[in-house]
Design a protein around this ligand. Structure first.
Ligand code: HSE
Length: 430
């Protein structure tokens, strides 16, 4: 008979109910690798009646009182799956103060209060693991912290929001409307309870904050991520991108440059030949450029009950092993570096501009003048058929700085009769 390792589960929603499923389905293997039987002793829910059937199925005791879990001496690990900052932050703080180890999938919390919670875990010699907070079922944090510990990462590109990737795929391949695609992502359980965080890029920005900590050891705040979402994305741009050989993807990017990093989230044009362009639907991928390994990509489901619960249970297994070996209290990510943000004049990239102009002669000349004054040149230039009064011009620049891009944008906005519709960063395949 193996020793029992009792855990408390906070939340029995999509991922919450995936955890007992994985623990049950993979029971034998988990018991063999940990030397223990991991048992969910109690689960915190809002409404016991609503979750009664699930509780009976997995033989879990339900409670609506957090203290029943935090003050239970037999419970060694707390798995927090309620999401959002409060009350999760308060619950985890109290639990760490009570010497409980923590597993959480809460990216909102980790991105905004990670340093404080890591310090508290250290102070109380507790483990704090959060693999499931980034890219659901892809073991990317553990890969960066452990498998790539010897490497020097220069760039992280991620499709780290399943909802928007699902929406973009459906809008392009099945010609679904933005609203229809969002509704489906919600029904499939990928979207956040408030999908604003998905479509406005905030969920992806949280994940890029966490990835930047692991890849570069830098603690950036959310407002240091230049964040744009897909709300209002025009199908004209998506079609034009396809015509020019690109896919539009919501990309999170964190790039190292001489002691600093630039972190951005936004719709970008990705060359169809780039490995990340082929990532469809709710799938996520993290593409790394590093000096040792070179290019590597980690691909898998970024949301959903079983994939995310698998990451949660892997964290439980890590803690179980640490308890057995007496090695708890070490940080998930121990790499740390001074935090510095790259200035716009040192951020390089190609940019796609879509501009509406009056349909009369001399407009491309005016645009060329604006570009030339900012020392920017075109790589591609397309004028689309107009309705007789307004025309749309699409330009892709050669590599320029973000400072130049902003200068051009500001001049186009000021130019009489010009309307700046879109700016996307362009990612080429090397
Ligand atoms: N709403 C998130 C997504 C869930 O769509 O990726 C996983 O964090």
């Amino acid at each position: 008979m193996k020793d029992k390792l009792k855990i408390g589960l906070l939340g029995l929603g999509t991922v919450g109910s995936g955890v007992p499923t994985i623990l049950k389905e993979h029971q034998e293997k988990i018991a063999q690798v940990t030397g223990m039987e991991i048992v969910i002793a109690k689960a915190l829910v809002r409404d016991e009646d609503e979750k009664k059937r699930q509780a009976e199925k997995f033989d879990i005791q339900l409670t609506t009182d957090i203290d029943e879990i935090i003050n239970d001496d037999e419970i060694k690990i707390i798995v927090e799956l309620i999401g959002k900052v409060e009350p999760a932050r308060t619950f985890i703080t109290k639990a760490l103060e009570n010497g409980k180890h923590i597993v959480t999938a809460n990216k909102d919390l980790l991105a905004q209060h990670g340093s404080e919670l890591v310090a508290l875990a250290q102070k109380n010699h507790c483990d704090l693991y959060y693999e499931a907070s980034v890219a659901g079922g892809i073991p990317i944090l553990r890969t960066i912290a452990n498998s790539l510990a010897a490497d020097n990462i220069q760039k992280v590109l991620g499709i780290v929001n399943g909802t928007t990737n699902y929406m973009l795929t459906q809008m392009v391949t099945a010609k679904k409307s933005y609203e229809q695609a969002l509704k489906e992502a919600q029904e499939l359980g990928f979207a956040e309870s408030n999908p604003t965080n998905d479509v406005d890029g905030i969920d992806a920005a949280y994940k890029m904050v966490i990835l930047s900590q692991f890849a570069f050891g830098m603690n950036i705040s959310l407002d240091q991520v230049d964040t744009h979402g897909i709300r209002g994305l025009s199908l004209d741009d998506v079609e034009m991108a396809a015509h020019l050989g690109y896919e539009v993807k919501l990309i999170g990017s964190s790039e190292y440059n001489n002691g600093s990093i630039a972190v951005e989230v936004g719709p970008m044009l990705v060359a169809k030949t780039h490995p990340i362009a082929s990532v469809r639907n709710e799938f996520n991928a993290v593409f790394l450029e590093s000096s040792g390994v070179g290019e590597s990509m980690y691909y898998g489901p970024g949301a959903g009950a079983k994939p995310t619960a698998t990451s949660v249970v892997s964290d439980l297994i890590t803690i179980a092993k640490n308890i057995r070996l007496g090695t708890t209290g070490h940080m998930f990510n121990s790499y740390s570096h001074d935090t510095e943000i790259t200035e716009d004049k040192n951020i390089n990239g190609k940019y796609y501009f879509s501009i509406e102009v009056p349909d009369k002669h001399g407009q491309i000349l005016r645009l060329t003048q604006i570009m030339t004054e900012a020392d920017v040149s075109f790589e591609q230039l397309v004028q689309q058929k107009s309705d007789g009064t307004r025309a749309r011009i699409v330009a892709i620049t050669h590599t320029i700085t973000k400072e130049q891009m902003k200068r051009v944008a500001s001049e186009i906005k000021k130019a009489d009769g010009f309307k700046l519709l879109t700016i996307f960063k362009v990612l080429e395949d090397k």
